[in-house]
Design a protein around this ligand. Structure first.
Ligand SMILES: [Zn+2]
Length: 80
């Protein structure tokens, strides 16, 4: 009877240990997973606002006459 109790404790301990390992592995895989396709991993090219000099990603910049601007207001005002 004593051995049966020891065996049960060992089985429970083994199951707990195995579950923790599976949880750890799932956490690792989630951390290793690359970011979603929507977020570009390549750093964007930064361009200065022709009015105030603020650096901003080219995709966010407003363009007029070959100049980049940070906002519509600066675009209307034109290059400094
Ligand atoms: Zn600006």
């Amino acid at each position: 009877m004593k051995y049966l109790l020891v065996l049960i404790v060992l089985v429970i301990a083994y199951n707990v240990w195995r579950k923790q390992r599976i949880d750890d592995r799932q956490a690792d895989e989630q951390q290793r997973r690359p970011p979603p396709a929507g977020t570009p991993r390549i750093p964007q090219q930064m361009v200065p606002c022709a009015r105030c000099g603020l650096m901003l990603p080219q995709s966010d910049a407003l363009e007029r006459d070959g100049h980049h601007f940070c906002c519509a207001e600066h675009r209307e005002q034109g290059p400094a």
